[in-house]
Design a protein around this ligand. Structure first.
Ligand code: C5P
Length: 432
């Protein structure tokens, strides 16, 4: 690649460090390093997704990775020339390329991460552009390993991985995957690279946190989605909650280092596939199931976040068989379901925090304030469900956080992942 191309790296100042307030994170400068593995083709989707979102993306490729996907493809997808070792060793560089790129990047993604590059990182080796750039940068590095199961399980590979995991604690290295699934060798096992959407979500989280793992050591218990209260095996009372908010809360907490348990009602579409492996999930249907799952998990939780839209009522009588139309009641006898979050607040120990959600129409603050007090919560997140592009089923949300100490914080409309991070920024300050 020419000097002209490399000198087109923008050297504008890095984004300001994550603030403790509730501003949404600005898109960062993402550097993608591709090493030799068949999963390299999945980075086409990652690159394209980021570029289409208006994020600045630069791609560097090791020599081996170019046997799998051509640099030309990534140049087109990232809207920028791709960096290779030929550029690194070129005498035309005014300033060393690894320094230039290392300073430029806000997040450095290495995917697929091969066993060879993993070993080099673990030992601090630098024999190509990619490994030199790692050593010449200080930004968070996101690693997405991909290899055959036997390779992944080798003692030497595991030792190298654990070595980098120690650095995770220092916020330098972060990981996504490897997942369990079908591999290119047609075996099913561990070693499959995380899916593009999982990698993109982790990049967005790192863009917001700048690698901060401020929930490390905390256990977060989160509920999400709706509950369904069945009249018979086919008819139920429920609401349009999809589970997207609860999943975003779980993803963001996990990316910030928390141990996460997600208790969720029936999820819409293929949302279940977007829950990363480190998150423990408990699937429930009715409010009574959610109640028992939450009550048994809560004793070990530092923060409990009840984002589920629990159906407030259930049919008093339910049938185990499908009621014929002639047997359907013309009037339903209804009973209240237990108020789960109020019970959890009653049984909480000193130091535990209970945070509720309130889905409101019209004035979102006044009714939520009485729920905050009535249910004795530490905070309540009240969000409008009568505004376009937020709330139930939307990819976005907005809210006002009402804290038990009387303070209020607004979260402007944005993606549910960004919303979740802004909530944690607030809770990290006010709910210690
Ligand atoms: O339904 P409501 O607006 O009262 O919900 C406020 C909070 O209470 C939410 O966090 C919701 O998850 C929780 N809730 C509950 N059990 C119910 C109803 C609501 O835990 N039966």
């Amino acid at each position: 690649m020419s000097l002209q191309a490399s000198s087109s790296i923008s050297l504008s100042a890095k984004g300001s460090p994550a603030n403790g307030g509730l501003a949404a994170s600005k898109p960062s400068k993402i550097l993608i390093g591709i090493t030799g593995g068949v999963a390299a083709y999945k980075l086409c989707e990652v690159t394209s997704t980021l570029a289409k979102a208006g994020i600045e993306v630069r791609v560097m490729m090791t020599r081996q990775s170019q046997s799998f996907v051509s640099a030309l493809t990534f140049a087109a997808l990232s809207r920028h020339p791709v960096y290779t070792d030929d550029d690194f060793w070129s005498a035309k560089q005014a300033r060393p390329l690894h320094i230039e790129l290392g300073e430029w990047a806000d997040v450095f993604v290495i995917a697929p991460l091969s066993a060879n590059t993993l070993a080099k990182l673990a030992h601090g080796l630098a024999d190509n552009l990619l490994t030199n750039t790692v050593l010449a940068s200080t930004c968070p590095v996101l690693l997405a390993p991909a290899m055959n199961t036997d390779m992944w399980q080798q003692a030497a590979v595991q030792r190298n991985w654990q070595q980098l995991e120690t650095c995770q604690l220092a916020s330098r290295y972060h990981s996504v995957g490897p997942d369990v699934g079908r591999l290119a060798c047609d075996r099913i096992g561990t070693g499959r690279m995380a899916e593009p959407s999982e990698i993109v979500t982790a990049i967005y989280s790192l863009s917001h946190t700048k690698g901060r793992r401020d929930l490390l050591g905390k256990h977060l218990l989160i509920s999400g989605g709706t509950t369904q209260e069945y009249l018979d095996p086919v008819r139920f009372i429920g609401n349009p909650a999809t589970g997207r908010m609860g999943i975003a809360l779980a993803q963001a907490a996990s990316h910030r280092g928390a141990e996460v348990t997600l208790v969720h009602g029936p999820l819409a579409g293929d949302l279940a596939n977007t829950i990363p492996a480190p998150i423990r999930t408990i699937a429930v249907t009715a409010a009574a199931d959610m109640e028992s799952a939450m009550r048994s998990a809560q004793p070990s939780a530092d923060w409990t976040i009840m984002s589920a839209a629990v159906a407030d009522i259930r049919p008093t009588h339910s049938a185990t068989y499908k009621l014929p139309k002639a047997e359907l009641p013309t009037h339903l006898s209804l009973s209240p379901v237990p108020d789960i979050v109020a019970q959890l607040a009653q049984q909480k120990s000193p130091g535990q925090r209970i945070i509720g959600f309130a889905a409101q129409t019209g004035d979102i603050v006044t009714p939520a304030l009485s729920k905050l007090k009535g249910k004795q919560l530490d905070a309540i997140v009240t969000n409008p469900i009568d505004k376009p592009d937020s709330g139930f089923g939307s990819a976005n949300n907005q809210a006002v956080i009402l804290l038990a100490n009387g303070q209020q914080r607004r979260i402007d409309n944005g993606s549910k992942l960004s919303f979740a991070h802004q909530l944690y920024d607030c809770l990290a300050t006010y709910c210690q």
